[in-house]
Design a binder for this molecule. Structure first.
Ligand code: MIC
Ligand code: SF4
Length: 647
């Protein structure tokens, strides 16, 4: 028998369709699903539209962590909707304040060797515990809850060998920033990163989680670590040793590509404003005045990190020019840190201790002031994401963050002296009372789902037209993130369950007139550069343009989740055959694409011609037979309904 790496093993264990060969479409049996409130209301409405009485996966959970500001009735109504929905359909419900989905999932529900899909791009965090965890759109989660497989193209597997050991003040965040420095934000598209080698033994599960988490910024399908004695130790301290199983690649396995990082050579790193891959040594940018420091997010807010930060703050004060806020990743983290003492040191330093949740990471509060330098332990810093236009957000480890907070300047934490080596607690505080179990199946029909006025029905598209015609509505450059297409933040995020309202904000930061124009022109086309739609899994970046009548997106290349979301909502992702044709398509250029349905029907047809003004341009349609059928039906929900009808 051929030897397999870990990713191939887990995929083989879950394979229901296709072959484990890179580039082939594979169908995988899903064991578990994760949802959060910002994408979850849509996923729930989509599941409901399928008319299935209970979820068909072994475990499903929804976490309220993004939309917790409650500045109006909208968030609170959504929470009540999600709680009643979850109870009825067999889903665990994690209350606001219980923590960020990925942190809570790692603590309470990660199981080595299982396949998890989640409606959030940082779902791969669970790869830190040996789980194969993939971020997808909400509709893919809804379909998995209905018992259907998850389909994707078999990615390439990249082996990342870690040798050596991190030096004091250098952390897991520096490992993933080093990966971003080497590979860029599109370096991981179509790939799984599998970490192995002696270097992994000195990394705890949350540290491994940090690396897998920010693999999303590489554009990767997922990242994972084998499960070993470190995983067993973590699960034991979580009171779940029974969930442990050893999973690793065969000793002689190989990878499609190989990378090696010597941990002993790394030093503290920082991503400069604008993109998570603009990575530099902290030493090279030190001395810049800092105005805001935020510590938290699903990347860096575990127990050891909070304790390390508290230790540095002990007896020190936050610099007079700096405002510092800390969001622990979960109630468990906060409670365990509180039990073990140093909350006092955090408060005494002048730092602002916030509740557990996403908050500033997604622009829900903590927006920086004009021209402020904001140093964050988060994973994303695309322009405007913080809630402030022209923001200047740097990404780095909690260690660098706290060093900046006390000195008021970008500071290499090695200048602080001895590194506090924080031990693990014997046991974390284990209290799952904020995770509400669903009603028993035989009680489910008694549960009334509560729906506030902000929850609007899900718009659907008509089946695909044979001719697509319209103007170029906007042309954007490379690496456009879903934050740019469909922004979040305190004003817009509460509208996630109201597509007509949220669609008014499509491309809001880039071109506030986009929605108005799209409606006046009865839709049209979006033109993008490389890696269009990188970042978040938010399907609103496809759903809201669909609602505005967008007929196609033509780009040089696409990010994986966004491409899948476009298809799920009936928008064809066309790619330029010749990148220079991008120049021809300026705003207002009329485009006609004929024979769309017949071209989609013929799976050998990989090209389609478009007339743009008077020019003929060739577009690639890189689609599997299943994706073609979905597009012809006008989206995945229509497609599933048509199958249900047939059978
Ligand atoms: C993000 O970090 O951008 C989010 C908010 O967690 C998104 C999901 C969303 O938009 O709801 C993600 O990463 O998928
Ligand atoms: Fe929440 Fe930020 Fe993590 Fe997204 S990246 S799940 S907004 S903490």
């Amino acid at each position: 028998m051929t030897s397999l790496n870990l990713a191939q093993k887990i995929i083989s264990d879950h394979l229901v369709e296709g072959k484990v060969e890179s580039g082939q479409e594979i169908g995988l049996k899903v064991d578990r699903v994760l949802m959060q409130d910002a994408t979850g209301t849509m996923a729930c409405l989509q599941f409901e539209a399928m008319g299935i009485p209970r979820v068909k996966v072994e475990h499903a959970a929804i976490y309220v962590d993004h939309n917790i500001l409650q500045t109006g009735f909208e968030n609170a109504d959504d929470h009540r909707f999600l709680q009643t929905f979850a109870s009825k359909y067999g889903i665990y419900y994690s209350k606001p304040g219980n923590g960020i989905c990925h942190q809570v999932n790692l603590e309470r529900f990660s199981v080595p060797g299982k396949l998890l899909i989640g409606s959030d791009s940082h779902t791969p965090t669970a790869g830190g515990a040996g789980m194969m965890a993939i971020g997808v759109g909400g509709l893919d989660v809804a379909v998995a809850m209905a018992g259907a497989p998850f389909y994707t193209k078999m990615p390439k597997i990249v082996g990342v060998k870690l040798t050596g050991m991190l030096r004091p003040w250098v952390t897991a965040k520096d490992i993933i920033l080093e990966m971003l420095r080497r590979l860029s934000v599109k370096g991981g598209v179509g790939k799984i990163f599998e970490y192995y080698g002696e270097g992994i033994r000195s990394l705890g599960v949350p540290q491994r989680g940090t690396i897998c988490n920010m693999g999303a910024e590489l554009g990767a399908t997922t990242s994972l670590f084998e499960s070993d004695e470190v995983t067993l130790d973590y699960l034991t301290r979580q009171g779940r040793p029974h969930d442990y199983k050893r999973y690793m690649g065969d000793p002689s396995c190989s990878y499609d590509e190989n990378i090696e990082i010597n941990l002993s050579e790394l030093e503290p790193l920082i991503a400069l404003p604008g993109s998570p891959d603009a990575v530099h040594k902290v030493r090279d940018v030190q001395g810049v005045d800092v105005h805001q420091v935020l510590i938290g997010s699903c990347t860096n807010s575990s127990y050891v990190e909070m304790m390390t930060v508290a230790h540095v703050l002990k007896g020190r004060k936050v610099h007079s020019n700096v405002t510092m806020a800390i969001n622990p990743g979960s109630k468990q983290v906060l409670e365990t840190v509180a039990r073990d003492g140093p909350i006092y040191d955090i408060i005494a330093s002048g730092a602002r201790l916030l509740e557990s949740g996403c908050q500033g990471c997604i622009g829900m509060g903590s927006a920086p002031g004009t021209d402020w330098i904001s140093i964050r332990s988060f994973n994303r810093n695309w322009p405007g994401r913080s809630g402030t236009k022209d923001d200047k957000v740097y990404l780095t480890s909690p260690e660098v963050c706290v060093a900046c907070a006390v000195t008021g300047k970008i500071t290499d934490p090695r200048d602080l002296g001895e590194y506090p080596n924080i031990p693990w607690p014997d046991k974390f505080v284990i209290d799952d009372s904020s995770i509400v179990a669903p009603a028993h199946a035989d009680q489910a029909d008694k549960i009334q789902i509560s729906r506030g006025p902000n929850i609007r029905p899900l718009p659907l598209r008509q089946p695909m037209e044979s001719v697509l015609q319209g103007e170029v509505l906007i042309r954007v450059g490379d690496n456009i993130s879903t934050d740019a297409i469909m922004p979040a933040g305190a004003k817009i995020l509460p509208l996630r369950s109201n597509v007509p309202a949220i669609s008014e904000y499509v491309f809001y930061w880039i071109d506030p007139d986009f929605a108005k124009r799209a409606k006046e022109k009865h839709g049209g086309f979006i033109i993008g550069g490389e890696n269009y739609g990188q970042g978040s899994s938010r399907e609103h970046a496809a759903l809201a343009p669909m609602y505005l009548g967008v007929k196609g997106v033509i780009a040089k290349s696409f990010a994986r989740i966004h491409k899948a979301n476009l298809i799920n909502f009936g928008i064809i992702p066309f790619e330029f055959q010749n990148a220079y044709d991008f120049e021809l398509l300026v705003q207002g250029t009329p485009i006609t694409i004929e024979n769309v349905v017949s071209s989609l029907k013929n799976e050998n047809n990989k090209m389609i011609e478009a007339i743009a003004d008077k020019n003929k341009i060739t577009l690639k349609v890189d689609l599997t037979p299943r994706q073609r059928e979905v597009l012809i039906a006008g989206g995945l929900l229509n497609y599933i309904r048509s199958i249900q009808h047939r059978s």
